[in-house]
Design a protein around this ligand. Structure first.
Ligand SMILES: Cc1cc2nc3c(=O)[nH]c(=O)nc-3n(C[C@H](O)[C@H](O)[C@H](O)COP(=O)(O)O)c2cc1C
Length: 196
């Protein structure tokens, strides 16, 4: 790959890595888009981890959420914009929703009690309510849950693992915008410049 293309790919993965590690990064909360009945569905999700070697991204969600069926085994797009770097990243790949196994147990155990409390909601996200409400049991609203209370919530927790197969990198600059398209092939990442 030409050195300028490699640099763009490096910059993309650096921004993604920082997005996962730094909650102040604008790429910490990208949009994850799927398709439901032929209609695009996009939502903000917290990027929890990124691994350049395996080309994977990890998000967390409620296993009862309707988006799980839309994401699992499907091609999805992750979109973010970093205003400081003037870089838009549009990543596509295949998602897998995993709710069981030692790896998911480990990630669950490492989450804070407040983060795990989200999974104590009593019904699936999107369930109609008679009025405004969080869906949490009243007994736990406004306080940190005890470990014992969190045990049943584990069944509602799932990770969304996305294996990235393409990256559309767009850099805005007064001197001239630049755009590159990268695809992950068997022999590694291949890139080419595109008209922005
Ligand atoms: C800043 C922010 C972060 C969010 N992070 C997550 C997340 O990590 N996982 C998640 O499932 N939903 C997250 N949400 C909520 C989703 O955007 C969405 O509203 C919810 O999951 C329902 O989406 P669905 O109807 O497509 O399933 C977040 C929302 C915001 C505003």
């Amino acid at each position: 790959m030409d050195p300028d293309l490699s640099e763009a790919l490096d910059s993309a993965w650096r921004l993604i890595g920082r997005g996962a590690a730094d909650r102040r990064s604008p790429l910490h909360t990208p949009m994850v888009a799927s398709v439901r009945d032929g209609l695009p569905q996009a939502r903000v999700m917290v990027l929890r981890a990124a691994d350049r070697t395996g080309a994977t991204l990890r998000f967390h969600t409620d296993a009862r959420s309707p988006k799980c069926a839309e994401l699992d085994g499907q091609t999805v797009t992750v979109l973010g914009y970093h205003p400081g770097e003037a870089v838009q990243l549009r990543l596509s790949g295949t998602a897998r929703v995993v709710g069981t196994g030692v790896e998911v147990d480990r990630i669950w155990a490492q989450s804070t009690p407040f983060a795990r409390r989200c999974y104590m909601v009593e019904a699936a996200p999107g369930t109609p309510l008679p009025g405004p409400g969080s869906g949490l049991p009243a007994s736990v609203e406004g306080r940190k849950p005890e470990e014992a209370e969190l045990v049943p919530a584990r069944a509602h927790f799932a990770i969304v693992q996305i294996t990235v197969t393409a990256i559309d990198w767009l850099h805005l600059a007064a001197a001239g915008h630049r755009r590159a398209m990268f695809r992950r092939e068997a022999q590694g990442w291949q890139g080419e410049w595109r008209l922005p």
